[in-house]
Design a protein around this ligand. Sequence first.
Ligand code: APR
Length: 256
Amino acid sequence: MSDGAGAADGAGGAQAGRDRVRRRLAGSGRVLVLTGAGVSAESGIPTFRGEDGWWKQEDPTKLATQAAFDRDPSHVWEWYEYRRGLVAEAEPNPAHRALASLERSGPEVLVATQNVDDLHERAGSQAVTHIHGSIFRVRCQGCGREREDRRHPLPERPPRCDACGGLERPAVVWFGEMLPPSPIRRTGQFIDGGVDVALVIGTEASFGYIQGFARAARRAGALLVEVNPSHTVLSGVVDVRLAGPAGEILPTLFER
Ligand code: APR
């Protein structure tokens, strides 16, 4: 059981948990949403550590590190091109759309996502910040110039920088790399402004900064809610745990 007031495992608990979150959301002015790969799973995008997860099939050190890219940029780009194709063909699911409708319905919402796909924005969410970058942006290894490139397939692989001719890499955060400062600053400032509800959706929360944001939001007064079919690092910390697919649970939380 959590050190929060009531995880919602089990049928009776589940409904009570949902009702508690709905009541709190109904009067909320500020909602923080932390999402991970699980929120895009129902759009057909594999998670990383789930059953069919990328890291079950591939060795992350061979694909998502600077060393891997320096060793074999074509191999790394082959994988990112495959993922860009999946994202380009995917559609936002009811979870993405429910979050966008929550934002339209009044409260100030910030979606801080670990996902590099653009499904939150394509569902209509305006206030979205990408902690791990974007799969449709590239950055030059030579001059550092970053640009958006949504072409699929890319005409040239690996792509080259128009400005200096340098090799371009996906503008995402790889293992062992620093996080881009602005999403961290933006999320921290949002929490400092007070939070009524913090939703942690579809993430293992394996990274300390995600756990840190969740705990800080709770200290800032938020009802901390986890939406995930499985237990995670945060399950013992949340006030309400809603066990199930985000695409099924989120629409029931925000319906007016
Ligand atoms: N709805 C909600 N949650 C789901 C669903 C679903 N339909 N399907 C799976 N999940 C949950 C899983 O139970 C798991 O807890 O989503 C989580 C996915 O966890 P990971 O695959 O570890 O993804 P994530 O937490 O986003 O990983 C963080 O790690 O590999 C890096 O950079 C990569 O951004 C990624 C980061």
